[in-house]
Ligand binder design. Structure first.
Ligand code: ADP
Ligand code: MG
Length: 392
């Protein structure tokens, strides 16, 4: 059972480990409710550090920095799953209310423990991880059967946006890939025959209330999220119910306070596979900023501040389109995209993260399209893709 304590009131400082775009949008949401935010990030130019009241520029395990944060902040959270568990534990030991706790975050820090955890739902919910094999030593390679090929070799740690993973078709390719990764612990996953991908965003309050947002349908390009559409056009109601129940059970089992996202694959066979857990607000939940009563970032603030959760209801259909650095570079030289043309459509809501340098595959911002009908938002998104010359 989570702690039952008084709420942390506006005016207080909330701490966030990590200064990326998720931290920045969290900061905006917290400030809108009257909180102050302290960001811990080693980067002098971090997107969240630029907007928070306080930016401690130091490493996540810097003792003096954590002490300073603990003195200032009533509560703390993380914006990325690879934050060292010891940083969260230390803040907690210094009397800060940490949500989620490191035990809830760490299961998602390693694909091996994550898959093991997800496998426990196979019997219960009929939803388990992709067929896979852990590769930790040379001898494990001999265990790989043809049934696992073609497969995707993923490093157990630190992978995101398709980084740290490679498709392998043969045993020789697999061996090469594992050597290229420096023989670090990996998971070899069978490449599944995906019909489509979805994600379930859920939140749990300190009082054990659990709420789910509508399930979102995601399209990835080169391993990076491209669009999120809500309601999920391809999902059947019984599949949505099953997915939401699984995500709610996961957040409870992890005794997790805050916002959490679970990615799922819906296979051509109709089977559902749980892909990975993101212990934080997620890129596929950005649509909530403009389409739901409560954004995922406000929800994270509420959970951390031990306030009641807000409604997760969808007010209007929505599509989120990610904006990558590529969009500045499509003509060969660096040109600011034609935001005025995109925003000529009243459905379009632009969010940019204040990153100075556009680079290929770097997440620079997103556009949420909201409108009366799914047709309106699809049309608006298609128009923007053309204007911005985004390759499909
Ligand atoms: P990341 O941490 O980079 O998001 P994921 O495991 O979610 O890593 O993989 C990124 C994308 O690659 C997925 O969203 C999906 O499109 C594709 N993918 C990953 N694993 C598989 C698989 N086993 N079968 C088919 N496609 C996959
Ligand atoms: Mg993923």
């Amino acid at each position: 059972m989570a702690d039952r304590l008084d709420p942390i009131l506006p005016g207080s400082y909330l701490g966030i480990l990590g200064g990326g775009q998720l931290g920045r949008m969290f900061t905006h949401a917290a400030q809108a409710m009257g909180y102050k935010v302290c960001v811990l990030d080693p980067d002098a130019n971090s997107p969240a550090g630029a907007v928070a009241e306080k930016h401690i520029q130091a490493d996540y395990i810097d003792q003096a920095a954590l002490k300073e944060m603990a003195q200032l902040c009533a509560a703390a959270s993380t914006e990325f799953e690879n934050v060292p568990a010891q940083a969260l534990d230390q803040l907690e030991a210094l009397g800060v209310y940490v949500a989620p706790k490191s035990s809830g975050v760490s299961v998602a820090q390693n694909r091996i423990t994550e898959k093991k955890f997800l496998a426990t739902w196979q019997a219960e919910a009929g939803i388990g991880p992709a067929t896979h094999l852990v590769i930790e030593r040379d001898a494990d390679l001999a265990q790989v059967t043809d049934a696992l090929l073609p497969g995707i070799l993923k490093t157990a740690r630190m992978g995101y946006d398709g980084k740290g993973q490679v498709t392998v078709h043969t045993h020789a390719e697999l061996e090469n890939a594992w050597h290229t990764f420096g023989k670090v612990p990996c998971v070899l996953e069978k490449r599944m025959d995906l019909d489509f991908e979805v994600s379930a965003l859920v939140a749990r309050g300190h009082d054990d209330e659990v709420l789910a947002y509508p399930v979102a349908q995601n399209i990835h390009k080169n391993g990076i999220l491209h669009t999120t559409t809500v309601p999920a056009p391809s999902l059947k109601p019984d599949q949505e119910t099953k997915i939401i129940e699984a995500a709610k059970a996961i957040i409870r089992r992890l005794d997790y306070v805050g916002v959490l996202c679970v990615e799922f694959f819906v296979l051509k066979s109709g089977d559902i596979v749980a892909n990975e857990i993101a212990p934080r607000p997620h890129n596929s939940g950005h649509y909530t900023q403009n389409a739901c009563v409560t954004s995922q970032f406000e929800q994270q603030v509420r959970a951390m501040a031990r306030l009641p959760l807000g409604s997760t209801a969808l007010v209007q259909p929505s599509i989120m389109l990610n904006i990558l650095g590529d969009e500045w570079l499509s003509t060969g030289s660096q040109v600011e995209p034609s935001w005025n043309e995109v925003l000529a459509n009243p459905c379009a809501k632009l969010h940019l993260y204040g990153k100075a340098e556009p680079r290929v595959a770097r997440k620079m911002g997103h556009i949420n399209f909201v409108g009366l009908t799914a047709g309106d938002v699809t049309h608006a998104c298609d128009q923007a893709i053309k204007i911005l010359r985004i390759k499909r």
